[in-house]
Design a protein around this ligand. Structure first.
Ligand code: 4AD
Length: 433
């Protein structure tokens, strides 16, 4: 038997069709049974009436939510019906293997708390909202990839099992790798840098891991990191590239019906984006009366923590590069500014709703300076021999960045918590399911 996709039914009005899918809703009203059938392409309201015949009405009495069914019926136009104003008037319906257990009704309730929803994430993912978010995330992933491919980048897949740190020891997950200490990668950046001399512009879309001890609405312990590295790019080239990339991806987001469904609006940013140095940001925080967690204004040299950072970009109201952080505030690999070696050629891209979504910098390309920076940060250079070799054998100016995919999705759909932007979020105290 051949089955129509639910999405295609709008061109089949008046015809008898067969569909297969899962029962998204089951509602009985007198002698009628209203169903919503779901497949991977959409939803359709369906009805079983006494006129559907005895076989169908007998099955109707036993149907439960999430039963997988095959159904045959006539597609009718009905302006009142949710989901495209179509209704399938069923003549025949049967469960594919068995009726779904009625216990499902007790698994998740409207008042279920976040821990229950996380435990039942495998069921939550069948819901409309969670699956809309997953599709939107897919659209965004494709859009980033498309942008890189349009610019002839090569996609590579560095290992996520490593023996060097990138973003500081405090968020490193370490484990025993056949009696050697190894880590789950915090960023694939250093590995991307190693192939610039042969592959040119490269990118990867891979998990990064952070042993984040803080519970915030924008931190995961495992997230999808979109990272790119470009030889010959100086700091301005880097900012310019990221602007083009964000305009491309915002334009794809604007096309997505999910954005409107989530009551959001996408304003495609214009070049050049707002650029605020770290020093200026400290002044702006006072101007906007934004205080740090301790209730006082931040002083130069203090980390711009999540709260003030987000309030600042919400006040500015558009994507903003926060640039030129003081040396020591960010990792060893960032290049010092030629005119002011007390600051680095580094930029975070902040966007409204979540704050930082990108960490970027020009990289230190000088062997001695890089070695000194590592020592200053207390890093033993020996495990980094392969990274340092890049500066020995044909070093060139280069730059790159990393973007947190979940944070970006969270910001565009204005989700309360980043966990909603992952299939199975990994959070402090949670690695199940
Ligand atoms: O700013 P970060 O730490 O930069 C790096 O890792 C660079 N080595 C990347 C590079 O230049 N190739 O992280 C980059 C981005 C952040 O801006 C944020 O969006 C995301 O990764 N991120 C997280 N997302 C979710 N949960 C966490 N715990 C995250 N930590 C960072």
């Amino acid at each position: 038997m051949s089955f129509e996709s639910i999405k295609s039914l709008k061109s089949r009005i008046g015809e008898e069709v067969s569909v297969r899918g899962w029962l998204h809703h089951v509602r009985r009203q007198g002698k009628l049974t209203f169903l919503v059938i779901r497949d991977n392409t959409g939803y359709i309201q369906s009805v079983i009436k006494p006129a559907s015949g005895e076989a169908a009405t007998t099955v109707a009495k036993k149907l439960t939510r999430e039963t997988a069914v095959t159904a045959k019926g006539v597609v009718k136009e009905d302006k009142r019906a949710p989901y495209n104003g179509l209704e399938l008037q069923i003549n025949n319906i049967s469960p594919v293997i068995d009726y779904a257990s009625p216990e499902l009704e007790h698994e998740i309730r409207p008042d279920s708390g976040p821990q229950v929803l996380l435990n039942k994430r495998h069921l939550v993912l069948r819901g409309e909202q969670a699956s809309d978010i997953m599709r939107f995330r897919d659209l965004m992933t494709r859009s980033f990839r498309k942008f890189f491919f349009l610019r002839d980048f090569v996609e590579v897949t560095p290992s996520t099992i490593v023996q060097t740190q990138v973003e500081g020891g405090s968020t490193l997950f370490s484990f025993d790798y056949f009696e050697q200490e190894a880590y789950l990668t915090q960023s694939s950046q250093l590995y991307l840098e190693t192939v610039l001399a042969s592959l040119g512009n490269v990118f990867c879309v891979l998990p990064s891991f952070r042993a984040e001890k803080s519970r915030t609405r924008r931190h995961l312990t495992e997230y999808t990191h979109i990272e790119a590295e470009m030889p010959w790019y100086d700091f301005d080239d880097l900012l310019n590239f990221m602007e083009d990339m964000m305009i491309h991806v915002y334009s794809s987001a604007k096309e997505s019906p999910t954005v409107a469904k989530f009551d959001q609006k996408v304003d495609i940013p214009k070049k050049p984006f707002e650029r605020v140095s770290y020093e200026k940001a400290i002044d702006l925080l006072r101007e906007y009366d934004i205080k740090g967690e301790s209730g006082t204004f931040l002083e130069y040299g203090e980390d711009l923590t999540e709260g003030p950072e987000r309030m600042l970009v919400d006040a500015i109201g558009k994507p903003t590069f926060l640039t030129h952080f003081p040396v020591g505030m960010k990792p060893f690999y960032m290049k010092l500014n030629d005119n002011n070696p007390k600051v680095m050629n580094a930029a975070d891209l902040l966007i409204p709703n979540v704050g930082e979504i990108i960490g970027a910098s020009q990289r230190e390309d000088d062997y001695e300076l890089l070695l000194n920076r590592m020592k200053e940060e207390g890093l033993d250079p020996s495990p980094y021999y392969w990274y340092l070799d890049q500066r020995k054998y044909g070093t060139v100016p280069h730059s790159g960045f990393g973007l947190g995919l979940e944070r970006f999705v969270q910001a565009i759909l204005n989700l309360d918590h980043i966990r909603e932007a992952c299939l199975y979020p990994r959070l402090i105290n949670r690695a199940t399911p």
